[in-house]
Design a binder for this molecule. Structure first.
Ligand SMILES: NC(=O)c1ccc[n+]([C@@H]2O[C@H](COP(=O)([O-])OP(=O)(O)OC[C@H]3O[C@@H](n4cnc5c(N)ncnc54)[C@H](O)[C@@H]3O)[C@@H](O)[C@H]2O)c1
Length: 318
């Protein structure tokens, strides 16, 4: 039986991954610090309650991935580690760079060390499309140099990749997968993220703020597709270090996104404009050939279908 340690399992993506693993009968221990960053802890408590109600045997432990001794204890007896805990979000990383570095770099190194120390050879972790910055030719491929991150957040995700890669190389039987998620949306999305904020604003007739001229392009990817990608990469058997893009491969502009939200909400958006914030890249666009080829993964959820899941979630939940 698969026995997973899943860090960040009461967060947005973590909730969906936990649900998918538990639904197929795997054993899952979640570790999460239930912190208030980058959004209030009550959303994580709600996710934990929903998981407990659906799967009473799930184990949910409060702890931080930077606590090496605690991680040593939690990895015991596990067959693999899926590490999604982290401080997400480009903009807040400009005000708390040290905290981002501690959690995303030291936390990943710490959990990786603890995992390898007990002989577990399967480590999958959340990286980000932000590692590509503005200088990578699009569509971005995994072998790009990724040398110019535009934010402290992007730098921490790239650093976690650069630390785990050589560590994996000296353990020939180990496998470590860095998953570069491209702007993920769906039910339970982090409340400070654009699609959920925009959907609530349009449904409630409030103005929404668009940064820049609306021409910024994002490869929005539904959380159900991301979840299948995380599970497929955790199940894959080949040894070594790999990065995979998990993106829709079909970027849209913010203007096109808002038109989709208006269609699904059945209301017009009231748009206010503001300058482009520091750290935001101009466009993200994933090449997904490698994930298709090696993980047999394909994004399935079209933007309008995905926006319906967001509308239904925000209509029923605060
Ligand atoms: N959502 C996206 O669009 C996206 C895109 C690229 C990468 N990612 C990455 O995917 C992962 C999950 O993102 P998400 O959107 O679900 O964010 P999230 O904030 O909802 O989930 C992260 C979880 O990690 C937990 N956490 C934070 N610090 C911790 C610590 N020190 N110890 C233990 N737990 C800790 C949080 O409490 C939270 O539950 C993150 O690593 C994020 O950087 C997300």
């Amino acid at each position: 039986m698969n026995q997973w340690l899943l860090s960040g399992g009461v967060g947005f993506i973590g909730y969906h991954v936990a649900e998918a693993l538990l639904a197929r009968g795997d054993a899952v221990t979640i570790v999460d610090d239930f912190s208030d960053a980058p959004y209030p802890a009550r959303y994580k408590r709600r996710n934990a309650e929903h998981l407990k109600a659906a799967f009473p045997h799930v184990s949910i432990v409060e702890g931080t991935v930077t606590d090496r001794e605690h991680m040593n204890a939690l990895v015991q007896g596990k067959s693999g580690v899926i590490h999604l805990a982290g401080l997400a979000g480009v903009r807040p990383s400009f005000t708390s760079p040290a905290r981002y570095a501690e959690v995303n770099v030291q936390g990943t190194a710490s959990l990786f060390e603890a995992t390898m120390a007990v002989g577990i050879r399967n480590f999958v972790f959340a990286s980000s499309s932000s590692v590509y910055g503005n200088s990578t030719p699009l569509p971005a491929t995994e072998d790009a140099a990724c040398t110019e991150p535009e934010s402290p957040y992007a730098a921490t995700k790239r650093a976690a990749e650069l630390i785990t890669k050589p560590l994996c190389a000296v353990r020939p039987d180990a496998r470590c997968v860095a998953l570069r998620f491209f702007t993920v949306y769906g039910a339970r999305q982090r409340p400070e993220m654009a699609i959920t904020l925009f959907m609530r604003a349009v449904l409630e007739g409030r103005p929404l703020t668009v940064f820049g001229d609306g021409g910024m392009r994002r490869d929005f990817t539904h959380v159900d597709d991301i979840t299948r990608g995380v599970v497929a990469s955790a199940d894959a058997a080949h040894a070594g270090w790999s990065a995979y893009n998990l993106g829709s491969g079909a970027p849209v502009t913010l203007g096109e996104l808002i038109a989709g939200i208006e269609q699904v909400a059945g209301k017009k958006a009231i748009i206010e404009r503001a300058g482009k914030p520091a750290g935001d890249v101009d466009a993200t666009y994933a090449s997904i050939d490698k994930a298709r080829r090696e993980l047999d993964w394909e994004p399935r959820v079209k933007l309008i279908e995905g926006l319906v899941t967001v509308r239904d979630w925000v209509t029923a939940n605060d």
